[in-house]
Design a protein around this ligand. Structure first.
Ligand SMILES: Nc1nc2c(ncn2[C@@H]2O[C@H](COP(=O)(O)OP(=O)(O)O)[C@@H](O)[C@H]2O)c(=O)[nH]1
Ligand SMILES: [Mg+2]
Length: 325
């Protein structure tokens, strides 16, 4: 359903933290709406303030429960909190996403909390394209902390870490394939580790296993960040305050050490790269039915033109026609 998009108005309302406007802007991201360029231009001066925290781990380890606990703790400190649930595998109305909302029902009427689930499947560029843009919107909407929960499936776990200022890796002894498998891909990316479901069998072993794996990665140098390993029983709120403190500590450390600036620069570079490849891919779809293509193909068949020259001519023609070029 195409609605007229009043971008300047939406941007202004989003900046004032109006949930409806923030929600509409995130929908533009989901739709890959052409108005996004104007949205991002309007928001750019107001970004860079929020701490982006990625929360990752296998399904069922307790990420949503931890996120709900963190929202409570951070609200208690008077901070505005955005929650973005990104599920790279499920369509828009996936059951898991609905489940995530249930955890945060208590904050449904709190204007200091914004919760949004975002589906990325089938999108050109997927998670890497849509998530940074949604983060920009929440950042500009003056949320102090943005928690990004990703359904942990392989690449997405590592990918979310590249988007975050601080990454929380959650494991649980009795869930999924155990710590060994769960942590294999994310041992490099965690800034804070949580062994959740510490009230269940296997938790102590999971703790030992994880600590051993982290030690095996070598000693951190002087001044380096030492990722804490926090034991939690999130359903009872146990360990949540320690996680919140670790997030704060990491924010301070990364700001002082230059890590934050470095990560953000890398993230912005990646963001640009993804937009370029998205534009390129969108254009390459156009190549197939470009009016000049058939003629160039005939020239190549007849040996009057080589395919590289034809490609260059076609690209030149497209550049001339391209409003963005
Ligand atoms: N026993 C126990 N159950 C927990 C704990 N934390 C979360 N759960 C439960 O584990 C299930 C999955 O939690 P959820 O937060 O949805 O996990 P997610 O898939 O990682 O987001 C839910 O039924 C939670 O109530 C915990 O510390 N101990
Ligand atoms: Mg969840």
């Amino acid at each position: 359903v195409a609605r007229a998009v009043e971008v300047p108005e939406l941007v202004q309302q989003a900046r004032a933290g109006r949930p409806r406007a923030v929600g509409r802007l995130v929908s533009l991201v989901e739709d890959g709406h052409p108005a996004l360029r104007e949205v991002m231009a309007g928001l750019a001066p107001y970004t860079g303030q929020a701490q982006v925290v990625g929360v990752t781990g296998a399904p069922g380890v307790g990420k949503s429960t931890i996120v709900a606990g963190l929202v409570r703790a951070l609200r208690g400190q008077g901070l505005r909190v955005g929650v973005l649930c990104v599920d790279p595998s499920s369509p828009v109305t996936g059951g898991a996403l609905l489940g995530d909302r249930v955890h945060l029902q208590a904050h449904a009427l709190d204007p200091g909390v914004f919760v949004r689930s975002m589906a990325t499947r089938g999108q050109l560029g997927g998670l890497a394209w849509s998530t940074p843009q949604a983060l920009r919107i929440l950042d500009a909407a003056a949320f102090d902390v943005i928690l990004v929960e990703t359904a942990g499936v392989g690449r997405a776990e590592v990918e979310v870490a590249s988007l975050a200022d601080t990454t929380v890796v959650v494991v649980a002894g009795e869930v999924a394939d155990g710590v060994q498998a769960a942590a294999a891909g994310v041992l490099e990316v965690g800034d804070v580790y949580v062994v959740n479901r510490a009230d269940t069998p296997g938790a102590e072993e999971a703790l030992r296993e994880l600590r051993a794996m982290l030690r095996a990665g070598g000693r951190p140098g002087p001044g380096a960040w030492r990722p804490p390993v926090i034991r939690a029983v999130a359903v009872q709120g146990e360990g949540v305050d320690r996680i919140a403190r670790a997030l704060r500590d990491h924010e301070l450390w990364s700001g002082e050490s230059g890590q934050l600036a470095e990560r953000r620069a890398r993230r912005a570079a990646r963001e640009i790269e993804v937009i370029v490849s998205r534009i390129r891919r969108a254009r390459s779809g156009v190549v197939a039915d470009h009016p000049l293509l058939a003629g160039f193909a005939e020239e190549v068949v007849a040996g009057r033109m080589d395919p590289y020259l034809a490609a260059r001519r076609l690209m030149e023609a497209m550049r001339r026609e391209d409003p963005e070029g």
